[in-house]
Design a protein around this ligand. Sequence first.
Ligand SMILES: [Zn+2]
Length: 385
Amino acid sequence: MGKIDLASIKAVDVHCHPYVANEEPYSPEEYLRKLSLSVMPNMFKKSREGSTEKIFPGMNMYMQITIQRLAKYFGCKPDLRDVVAKRNEEAKDFSVFTQKLFKDVKLEGMVVDFGYPTPPLSKDDYQELTGVPIWEVYRIEPVMVRLRESHETFGAFVEAYREDLKEALKQRHIVGLKTIIAYRSGLEIGEKNEQLAKDQYEEFRLNDRPRVKEFRDYCFHIAMEECTNSDKVLHIHTGFGDGEVVLPKASPSFLIDLLRSEKYADTKVHLVHGGYPWMEEAAFITSILPNVYLDISLQNPFVGHGVERIISQVYELAPFDKVMYGSDAFTVPEMNWLGVLLFKECFERVLADWINKGYMDKDMAVEIAEHMMYKNFERVYSDYI
Ligand SMILES: [Zn+2]
């Protein structure tokens, strides 16, 4: 039978975020909160004082799997309180803890979005903490916010903004730009219209986080242009995310006209999170457009047992050379670790099923896994890594 073991294959995580050590040990509740996508304080309910319940408010399958796998890793009882106690002990030397977890699953490189958390953490510190090579995507939204302070007119802003992106893209370790326009005005991006953008500049300057769709669309086009000029990649957040996303406008299908336009035929685009829950749309787009790629971060590991389903679903249309491994880990190294661990065990089951059905032999299955885990990344980003 087609048993397959992916443990020896290295992983490069193409989308995640940095973090620092916690200063105080976590309570079980705080720890669950760290694992949650409900990043806003009022989104997470507290359990009753003195409760001994096994199920904490907000606990889901992904958290349950994390607890179960960590208990195995630590050799303790699969109970949140025991796991967190053990974790607090082990994480006293945070760097040793982190690097042991990374080595355990052969996580050997990461593309990091330093745009979250804010204020940004230091790349050098994070590199030292993790001990693996780190590449970076450079987020455009913080640049827009920074430059609006010092530029009174739209014209001066646009010039400074373009210059800033250009300078960033000159740095070798920056593999591309990143946009979270799906969190601000959505992915239904219009034509590049200078007058409409200019009309909204004042509103963008005066308010903390206004929608100003025309203005944001204009800035998005400039990012696409600069990625094209430097032959680097634009990472676009697609699909769900943390609690603030503009969900009705987050499907990658909103991008299709733009992506297939003549102007951007050579632009490399990376659909971050593979558009979940619209991953078939993302997969379809990568299947028809030669320069569009996707990763499975965020859906993996946050859909828990669903990771097996989403791997199978993405490959219904996505070519083998277009999909990349990712986690979107953003608070603790256990997230990076569980990302690889859960992904590999689910992928093993999917591949074993394909071998058993006679769709491929074991060699082909391993080749597909290697492409997903690191080869596609190394090919697409070969000029800067
Ligand atoms: Zn992210």
